[in-house]
Design a protein around this ligand. Structure first.
Ligand SMILES: [Zn+2]
Length: 453
């Protein structure tokens, strides 16, 4: 930890935070730094107390949860253990969209809430809300996850981001100065991947000389490949935190080789903030138990350990617009054994792909895209970035990037795995491309199904 960042953390940071009503973040941060080392049982007790409070407040103050519980003959006292939460329905984005007004707690002034939207890669975009205290706790949790790669607030960090929606045009000079010299964190838009912006990022990064990088892996990957191709010097770095989309084996390898530092994977979302993150053991991701309750289910039943399930996330901090059993449209794998690092936080493993990305077999049955993702990335020859587009039940276009240049062996491998999974008589057209375009949100989609449903 540098002397200068230490001074900033003690002087400028509290001042900046208090101006934004974020001063309690420091207290939350200090709490979370301790609670991560509590025993799992103590963390579960804490999580249960938070969940009970959330159920009570949601019942007392929101129309949606009052109605849903009344309809089922439930009161907050009906919930005696974590398992009882399954008595409540799964919350989809569509419900928050259709019944938005019913989710607001009457304890908060709507004008005091922060508004945010979901990423938008999985169908309907939802507009959700959060109270200031929830924001502060989530910020503290983000800081905690950064400490796992070694970064404390006010240490230099570059954010390599793809999504234009996070950028504010014409940021005032004061904000730029504050971010660069006090928070010491600069966000770069590497979404365009055009030479001009990548050259600019490279120049400014060298000047800024960050110790840490936080990135969407596809954005950092594109930028890094460009720099390597053009023999541009890259700043040395202590660690990289990857978030926003699945981190592929190839991306991780390129980052480790180029920046000569470890890469940490983190799972979070706009809707419920940071959910889980890798510690220095790099063995699964610790769930942020103090702020989230995560279920892994299939047909509303908890899956066994080491088995993939749909993730339902309950945000334990958001009392203004409660999200209980929120279907984030992702899969995860609950892990049983404790981590060697000594943290009591339970762990999960990530699954590839997104739930809503569905493919169809010839007979019309659905296949979840993550199964294809696992088949193609867990073994076999190294392959560039891939995208699968299903045109009809039998016609597919597979885009594959030209680095590494795909060989006949790779074409055969893709053909074999797809036919194994989706049926024998498929027409698979493989296109080798320079890059795969991203969605408007800036996110990359592994599978696109164009069959009208
Ligand atoms: Zn650990």
């Amino acid at each position: 930890m540098s002397f200068y960042s230490n001074i900033l953390r003690k002087t400028a940071l509290p001042f900046l935070l208090s101006r934004e009503k974020q001063l309690p973040t420091l207290e939350h941060f200090s709490f979370l730094q301790k609670s991560q080392f509590w025993s799992t049982d103590k963390l579960l007790d804490f999580q249960w107390a938070c969940l009970k409070k959330l159920l009570q407040e949601s019942y007392d103050n929101t129309i949606y949860y009052r109605t849903v519980m009344d309809e089922r003959g439930l009161t907050p006292d009906s919930f005696k253990s974590f398992d009882d939460i399954k008595k409540l329905p799964i919350l989809t984005r569509e419900i928050t969209f259709d019944k938005q007004a019913e989710f607001f707690s009457n304890k908060f002034l709507k004008s005091s809430l922060q508004e945010f939207t979901s990423g938008g890669t999985t169908g309907q975009r939802a507009t959700l809300f959060r109270n200031q205290q929830s924001f502060n706790i989530k910020l503290a949790m983000a800081w905690r996850h950064e400490t796992w790669m070694g970064r404390f607030p006010c240490e230099k960090m570059a954010l390599i981001w793809p999504a234009a929606m996070d950028f504010v045009d014409d940021e005032p000079f004061k904000t730029k100065f504050k971010n660069r010299y006090l928070h010491r964190q600069i966000m770069y838009n590497a979404g365009g991947l055009d030479a001009e912006s990548l050259n600019f990022i490279n120049k400014d990064l060298l000047k800024f000389n960050p110790s840490y990088i936080k990135c969407f892996p596809s954005a950092l990957f594109g930028y890094t490949e460009y720099c390597n191709e053009h023999n541009l010097i890259q700043p040395a770095c202590k660690a990289i935190l990857s978030t926003g989309e699945p981190l592929s084996v190839n991306q991780k390898k390129l980052f480790e080789q180029t920046y000569k530092c470890p890469v940490f994977d983190m799972y979070g979302s706009r809707e419920v903030g940071n959910t889980s993150s890798e510690c220095e053991e790099h063995d699964g991701m610790h769930i942020a138990m103090e702020t989230s309750y995560v279920e892994f289910v299939q047909d509303n039943k908890e899956v066994e350990y080491s088995t993939e399930g749909e993730m339902l996330i309950t945000d334990l901090t958001n009392f203004a617009f409660p999200l209980i059993r929120y279907a984030i449209n992702d899969y995860g794998i609950p892990m049983k054994e404790p981590c060697k690092c000594g943290r009591g936080l339970v762990r999960m493993d990530k699954a590839l792909g997104r739930l809503s990305d569905v493919l169809y077999k010839q007979d019309g049955t659905k296949v979840l895209s993550h199964i294809l993702g696992i088949a193609l990335t867990m073994e076999g020859p190294p392959i560039g970035q891939m995208q699968f587009i299903q045109k009809t039940y039998t016609d597919f276009v597979v885009k594959i990037t030209n680095k590494p240049e795909p060989t006949q062996e790779i074409f055969d491998f893709i053909n074999k795995e797809m036919k194994l999974l989706l049926g024998d008589s498929l027409n698979i057209v493989i296109e080798v491309v320079d890059k795969i375009p991203k969605e408007k949100s800036g996110k990359f989609r592994f599978v696109k199904c164009e069959i009208a449903k």
